[in-house]
Write a new protein. Structure first.
Length: 144
């Protein structure tokens, strides 16, 4: 059971790191200053979540697994803000599914479940934020 808990925490750390790196790359590529700010804020939230999960692993006496740098699909230096929002939204949805699966398992103790549940609420808020951004960037832009 302890090995499954460690694997689960490492998977959530990897998802958080992936979200952080994806949002940072997207913030660099975004043209809109507000979008840059939102993406940077989300990257910082992902980084905080990863650090918190790493601390939980250290409390269990385990060293977090090394996380390889993920590829960043759909976010190139010539991407439009619309395509950036769509790509990040897909990543966010994947992170949300991973957290939901983690909460359905029975390997987390009450303390870890509370941490994961709190982080999952943050992931759900992110998901809603990116849903709104998708709608905003989907709408035709008014031209003066």
């Amino acid at each position: 059971m302890a090995k499954k808990k460690i694997l689960l925490l490492n998977a959530l750390i990897a998802a958080s790191r992936d979200g952080e790196l994806g949002c940072r790359r997207a913030a660099t590529a975004a043209a809109n200053p507000h979008l840059k700010s939102v993406l940077t804020s989300r990257a910082n939230a992902f980084a905080h979540a990863a650090h918190e999960l790493q601390a939980c692993l250290l409390d269990l006496g385990e060293v977090p697994a090394a996380v390889p740098a993920p590829a960043s699909p759909g976010i190139g230096k010539h991407s439009s803000d619309r395509s950036i929002v769509q790509a990040i939204s897909k990543r966010e949805h994947a992170v949300q599914r991973r957290y939901a699966r983690a909460l359905r398992t029975h390997v987390l103790g009450s303390r870890l479940r509370a941490v994961v549940r709190r982080q999952y609420r943050g992931v759900q808020l992110n998901h809603e934020l990116f849903r709104v951004l998708r709608q905003q960037y989907r709408a035709p832009q008014e031209r003066p």
